[in-house]
Design a protein around this ligand. Structure first.
Ligand code: BTN
Length: 322
């Protein structure tokens, strides 16, 4: 059996007897013991005492549709949220729903992804309870040709949500990384379907490191930081609601006004604004310059010896230069 229903019944404060768990879920005690053994593969430590039962070594809080809706208040009407224990990728699952007419605002969040995807074909890992991973389906009357600044607007929505929660050190790195001085806090993967002229549907996937153990940090291929290290002590439901509320404000405004309306706000959140930076190009070469800002189509404006050049996000990647 799946360990999730069992884990949801365990507390980190007291032991729950095995027979009680078995009875509640209508399974044998042997199944309970077997399923909870597999919990360690999910990164969850379950303490066992023969006479007392099972207890979580660390508190584990779960994503919960009702709590998110409560925290969203009036913005809840924009969203239809479904929380999954385990899914291959919330982005892939929502992409599969576009063709069958799934509505704008459908949102999938997952405790764990077995095939979570990052940008540029990378994988995206998140530990149970320590990571916020969700995707939002949004439909625009715009064509895909008019969506070039969208990924930056989504980054801005996340940055605004984090600032609103008191995490003032959260910033953006073009095009849409969420960063802190210590490393990457999270990322955004946007996937599009539709015609150049419209309408279009997008899947906006967001992954954030809420907490990071030393082992998780070491396993990543670039410096990473967590919201907890910036002082976040809240739960993921409040975080999800804060980001969705910002998206509910910014996505309709983007549809009406385009990215131009967001340029100043975006640049104010850009960690590298007016700073020296290096762009790594797909052919292995690089370009150095000063970051001057972003254009109305979301392109990066980098001032080098030959003046200001615009770069599109496709395959280039931006680094700070000392
Ligand atoms: C990046 O590489 O910076 C983007 C990471 C995006 C990860 C999120 S987690 C939720 C959603 N589902 C996925 O498979 N990927 C995105």
């Amino acid at each position: 059996m799946s360990p999730y229903p069992l884990l949801r019944r365990l507390s980190h404060e007291h032991y729950t007897p095995g027979p009680q768990l078995a009875e509640a879920l209508g399974v044998s005690r042997a199944s309970v013991s077997l399923a909870l053994k597999s919990a360690s593969e999910l990164g969850v430590q379950v303490l066992v005492q023969k006479s007392r039962g099972y207890r979580l070594a660390q508190p584990l809080s779960w994503l919960d549709e009702t709590r998110v809706a409560q925290a969203l208040g009036e913005h809840a009407r924009y969203f239809d949220l479904h929380c999954f224990d385990e899914i291959d990728s919330t982005n892939s699952a929502l992409l599969a729903r576009i063709a069958d007419g799934a509505p704008s605002g459908l949102c999938y969040a997952a405790e764990r992804q077995t095939r979570g995807r990052g940008r540029r074909g990378r994988s995206w890992q998140g530990e149970l309870g320590d990571s916020l991973m969700f995707s939002l389906l949004w439909r625009f009357n715009l064509g895909v040709a008019d969506l070039s600044g969208l990924s930056l607007v989504v980054g801005l929505a996340v940055a605004r949500a984090l600032h609103g929660l008191g995490l003032k050190d959260a910033a953006l790195k073009w095009p849409n990384d969420i960063i802190a001085p210590g490393g990457k806090l999270g990322g955004i993967l946007i996937e599009l379907a539709g015609d150049a002229l419209g309408p279009s549907a997008v899947v906006i996937g967001i992954g954030l490191n809420v907490r990071l153990s030393d082992a998780q940090r070491a396993a990543l291929d670039q410096p990473a930081e967590s919201l907890a290290a910036l002082g976040y002590v809240g739960e993921r439901n409040a975080l999800l609601a804060a980001i969705l509320a910002e998206l509910a404000e910014l996505l309709p405004r983007f549809e009406q006004q385009g990215f131009t309306a967001f340029i100043a706000d975006w640049q104010a959140c850009h960690a590298l604004q007016n700073r020296p930076a290096r762009l790594l190009l797909p052919n292995g070469t690089s370009v150095d310059g000063l970051v001057r800002g972003v254009a109305a189509n979301g392109a990066l404006q980098l001032e080098g010896p030959d003046g200001v050049q615009e770069w599109h996000s496709g395959e280039v990647s931006l680094r700070a230069r000392p």
